[in-house]
Design a binder for this molecule. Sequence first.
Ligand code: GDG
Length: 740
Amino acid sequence: MLVPKSDLHNNRVVIASNRLPVNVARTGGQLQITPSVGGLTTGLSSFHRCKGGLWIGWPGINPTSSKTKVDLEKTLQHDYNCLPVYLSASDLKKYYYGFSNRTLWPLFHYFTTYCTFNASEWETYQKVNQMFCQKLIDVVRPDDIIWIHDYHLLLLPEMLRSNIPDITIGFFLHIPFPSMEVFRYLPWREEILQGMLGADLIGFHTYDYTRHFFSCALRILGKEQVFGQINSGNRMVRVETFPMGIDADKFSEAATSPTVKKEKELLQNNLNTEKIILSVDRLDFTKGIPEHLQVFERFLEKYPEWHGRIIYVLLCVPSRTKVEEYQQLKSEIDEIVGKINGRYGTPGWQPVLYIYRSLPFEELTALYSAADIALVTPLRDGMNLVAKEYLACQSQTKKGVLILSETAGSAAELGEAFIVNPRNIEMVGEAINHGLSAPAEEKEAWISLMFQRIKTYNIFRWAEDFINQLAQAREQREQSQHRFLTKENQAEVIESYRRAKSRLLLLDFDGTLVSLKKRPEQVRPDSKLLKILSALKAEPKNTVVVISGRDQNYLSDWLGKTGVDMVAEHGTWLYESTGGNWRLSAENITTYWKENFYPVLEKFSESTPGSFIEEKSHALAWHYRKADPELGQQRTKELVDTLRTLLSGTSLQVLLGNKVVEIKPSGVNKGKAALHWLEKLESWDFILAVGDDWTDEDIFAVLPEEAWSIKVGFVPITKAHYFMSSSDEVRNLLKSLAGA
Ligand code: GDG
């Protein structure tokens, strides 16, 4: 699809993430400000630097003196466009080390046994999200674009939305979104999903994560996606895939800069080896660092010809050092490194060079450009930018080989790499061996192809794409917001009703006058509704018609006493209070076909637990509201396909309603039934039609332009002029009309 250039490009972008792109630490009594390390900040910093705007987040320190706090805030704002959210030690412990990193991080990376579910940490997580929300409320302007990042702030979109309903909010998740089977472990899963749905646009790195999110929204919240959008009550939330890129030129140019070339020479002289394998990871259990080492150990065992000729540089950046699992992991890595070096090392050769600290950018890029093989084999990774940075640094020499885990998001884009299962030690070892002996021209071709891709879809394109989509989402929200029936509109409806001498009210039943239930037979009109309908009917200027998919018996039993006119089975049967009898809307409506189609529906019922058939006098309906939602959707597609083939050339049609598939005579619909009343008078002074279902669109389609048409619940496409949020709102309106 051609994406129109967003009109949001001049708006201020306010980024909210757990960490600021800079880290503040006290050294020797002085506050030192240095760049933060990590995928999110390295990636986004380039965008932030060129775009300006504002970034709010934790600065890494919580000064005790309020003067220092204020001074630091000024410096951060003035020099870095950053605004700190100061967190106490206890908040940090529960929100960051606790809920974020002992619950969400392991869960979203499928390490379920590492998860703790602690109610007090959850409370603090909510509190800190609220603190971020307050900080935003204090500084945002109405036209700002708020771009919230990552798993630490999953509740923030909805918190902000409920405080500033019209603000533009984007949310991007940097880590995987797990499958439903894993996500459902979370005791607060509804709250997390609702929190995210506060955004106008939700972005993930890969289509798999997007797909998992849709599945969770459907199964946990019952919210279906339609064309990549989820209906969140009164607006649509877009959910899209945006594989995050890097500042490819920055890395590519750095690799050939004189400083980095010098660093590289120094490194090569010091290492004095034929080949270099490199891994760069934050020290984290998801990165599979012990597994990298096992691979290298097995490689040395299996290919002794490489002894003395190859060095594995293992660069680990300290991370979450206060979490016990991370401390244990550090000890484990220390131990394995010692074991390999002890087993294979010689006085002139140390097989593993283990660096446990963060290196300056020049040294990192020198390593990237010197390495013959990049071993990027995390056990699970949202994207993994290291793989892309390595390729960018190799873009001039094109001598390297990338070995990449199939469980890293970047594998979806970097198909020319050696894609491996990170737990298959043999496979990864063989990939190293192949990589070392790969012909130069093949390596050149692989790197060129992959580099071209990451150069094109770089961090700026990624951010631009996101902002463009966000602009479209905002525009769509604004357009739809204007169509919600306001108090002023309601006053207009009442006024035009009051003035009118002939009024026609066409009202759907389920979902419009009463709210939907899992089983249709559980729905009963309550006495308040009956009173409203009776009062409307009692007014001589009114004609009130309830147009429903229900059968005549139900409607007669429950609504008969009100005296309203009725339409049953989506227009098959008509009842006019003046006549007092139900009659078929057309003479040639047949029923003989039912016995042929019943067995088809029966088959689908049998293979879809929870679904059932409803037999109406002139229609057959297959309901799947109680079935597994995904299975229900799948079976619906199959059933509709089957029926469309079987019904071609017959006088029958398939109708898709709200969690129901119905077979009924063609030429019968709610619109045709509505026409029966619409055509009774040359011109009605007042027409009101209200419905919530696809089948009600037929009514909206036949109304004259000046009619009041109202869709209950928000949908992106409808012929109705207005929306209302719920059947309660509809009742209130009808009550006001009855009293007018
Ligand atoms: C999260 C997701 C997703 C590493 N060592 C040094 C250093 N780094 C920089 C790298 C790279 C970044 O850290 C690591 O990024 P990754 O993407 O590999 O991983 P995470 O930190 O886990 O990031 C991840 C990412 O967010 C973005 O969405 O890809 O899946 O987990 O940029 O260059 N930088 C410096 N010295 C080092 O020693 N200067």
